[in-house]
Design a protein around this ligand. Sequence first.
Ligand code: ATR
Length: 285
Amino acid sequence: MLNGSTKILGVIGNPIHHSKSPQMHNAAFNHLNLNYIYIPFLVEKTQIETCMASLKSNNISGINVTVPFKESVIPFLDKIDPLAKKIGAVNTIVNKNGVLTGYNTDGYGLISDLSINKISLSNKSIAILGAGGSSKSICFSLLEQNITSLLILNRTVEKAERLKFNLIDSMNNDITNIPIETGSLSSVIDEKTLEKYDIIINTTSVGLNDNSTIFPTDNWSNQNQIVYDIIYSPPETNFLKQARLKGAKTLNGLGMLVGQGALAFKKFTSHDAPFDIMYNEVKKC
Ligand code: ATR
């Protein structure tokens, strides 16, 4: 029940109507009987400075940040977590007594989802498709795992190369030992191109809310691979379907969505997030 002690959380973005975060977090608060409410806020680009200043209010515990504000909120933070700083994007802001600290939980979301599905990243070679914002968060987080190599393929190869150099630039010496290669998405001709990779992750927007597909043919994966699509709508993209029919183990991005939300929840409330409750809630909507 809302009362004078209710703490406010929310998500800012534009558009924001599609966000599943309010349902996911409010279900968790109800389950744990916590006196919080989570609200979607539609923010205009010109309002971002005013919006950030208003977050310092005592009863606002924090916000999640989605497109297009993940980078533009950074100048208004008091502190930034080292990983979010490297990534250059923030999706979670915690307000502690008027001090705003920014985090990025996106890459963790994917890594925790793999772990929940008993998929280890240790000694695995990873191919990542895409070099946009999501790819960046995931790549930086992957390099903190014990992976053996990373291939970044993108439609625009220069963006993949830029990401590679950013990754190498900002990593410690020991981590730069992980070989990073780049290439064009169109260079994927058949199974041989990607056969040495244990895990293939799509971070491009191809297939989001439609049935377009990255690869015209279905002979790019095999039964020894894990194929992940960060898209969860539709639940099975053509990309995932092609891989499933080739015998690969496939996962969509619903678990990543909940994983990033669960870590944000912990940062906001200091309570462990009820992952299953949150997962079941987003699956429904
Ligand atoms: P996000 O924050 O969701 O990662 P983004 O930063 O706009 O969004 O990145 C979108 C990614 O999808 C990019 O890798 C983009 O490729 P380009 O860098 O070449 O633009 C990729 N992408 C979008 N549409 C695509 C398409 N039709 N074919 C291949 N890749 C596409």
